[in-house]
Design a protein around this ligand. Structure first.
Ligand code: CTP
Length: 369
């Protein structure tokens, strides 16, 4: 922490919240040889200065070394990232812009700033990215850009099929795997469009999200992305990953009004109609992107998965045990392609997503046109 940072939050609070030692002073007695600026940076894979004030960016740009943090930045042997945070006028000031340009030229990665409400009451560019966005950016910093120049379209989450205005049929999918994959594709450099069923999950940074409720809406949203006229800066999707747990049926006789409880021998009678199979419909298109399906099974993963891959006509199918993954943070997967199957052992969904992106990138044919 810089001396200025300790005016906002005390080192003791920081230490208590993180469970990690906090250093402020370059002469800290906990470092044997009085070389805190060397000792603290040598084990790091990267350094992230967040928030980075206008003053600190100016110091960095000029190579000043008058406190522990500035000295560490100068003495480091790892990549440096900074998340600028300041009043909008300070950010736009030519001196700050000059310093930022110099830092970029020096190889520093600048994260943000975001635009929005500022502590001073003004509104504009200069907000620090949200802490979880910084975590995503930092993780993405280390990911090889295997999907650069690609557009990945995904579906995720459950769908919700109304019975009446206040009731509906849905399933236990949380959307976590689909959102983790969207995040991993974005980190690998892809442009990402995520069509999401009802879920409270936050949109991964850099991901274009379209919210839908029903399977039909999800189908229409996916087709709209595939049929969109070419626009500048937008690539045609070259990968489609169907992660959503789409309801197979909708209620054909859904009521416009709330169904009222009547007697026990006068129960409502629901009739069902089949929903469109989004994955199969995309895979059938003449201009189909490279398709990846998921299979939520309850048993016999390999045989059921292989049959589903053939039925849907997709090059890669990812099979998992549905009830063992819905809502959880970890999972295990079985990848099935024309050559056979390959397990991805149990891991956090974020790690699995990254492994899956590697497998997709490895199999993906070169971009058309
Ligand atoms: N899928 C889809 N549209 C549907 C149903 C499924 O796009 N209407 C996609 C899912 O996103 C997933 C794959 O198809 O990628 C398989 O979904 P799953 O529910 O396992 O299979 P179903 O085709 O519904 O077959 P079943 O429920 O009989 O196993």
């Amino acid at each position: 922490m810089t001396e200025a940072a300790t005016r906002f939050v005390t080192p003791v609070t920081f230490q208590a919240l993180t469970g990690e030692p906090v250093f402020v002073d370059q002469w800290d007695a906990r470092i044997d040889d009085n070389m805190a600026h060397i000792a603290l940076s040598r084990r790091a894979d990267a350094m992230l200065v967040a928030p980075a004030t206008a003053d600190f960016l100016a110091k960095l740009a000029h190579g000043l070394a008058d406190d522990l943090l500035a000295t560490m930045c100068l003495a480091r042997d790892c990549p440096l990232l900074a998340a600028p945070t300041m009043n909008r006028q300070m950010w736009l000031h030519p001196a700050t812009q000059r310093n930022v340009a110099q830092l970029v030229a020096d190889g520093v990665t600048i994260l943000g700033p975001a635009s929005g409400d500022q502590a001073c009451g003004e509104t504009g560019l200069g907000r620090m990215l949200e802490p979880l966005e910084l975590v995503d950016e930092l993780a993405a910093f280390f990911v090889p850009r295997t999907l650069a120049g690609r557009h990945v379209l995904l579906t995720a989450g459950p769908t919700y099929e109304p019975i009446d205005p206040v009731r509906g049929i849905t399933n236990l999918s949380s959307g976590k795997m689909g959102f983790a994959l969207a995040r991993a594709c974005s980190a690998a450099g892809a442009q990402v469009t995520l069509v999401a069923g009802p879920t409270a999950l936050a949109t991964p940074r850099g991901v274009q999200r379209v919210d839908v409720r029903t399977a039909q809406q999800m189908h229409d949203a996916v087709m709209a992305v595939l049929d969109a006229p070419p626009a500048s800066g937008t690539l045609r999707p070259d990968v489609f990953i169907a992660v959503a747990a789409v309801a197979d049926w909708r209620v054909a006789n859904a009521s416009e009004r709330k169904l009222k409880k009547r007697s026990a021998d006068d129960l409502p009678k629901l009739e069902f109609a089949q929903n469109p199979d989004i994955l199969a419909a995309v895979a059938r298109r003449a201009d189909a992107p490279w398709c990846v399906g998921f299979a939520a099974e309850s048993e016999d993963l390999e045989a059921n998965g292989a049959a589903k891959r053939a039925a849907k006509g997709v090059p890669l199918l990812v099979a998992n045990i549905g009830h063992a993954t819905f809502g959880r943070d970890d999972n295990e997967l079985l990848l099935i392609d024309e050559r056979g199957s390959q397990p991805l052992p149990r891991a956090d969904k974020a790690q699995l997503a990254q492994a899956l992106v590697t497998e997709i990138a490895r199999r993906l044919p070169p971009r058309r046109g």
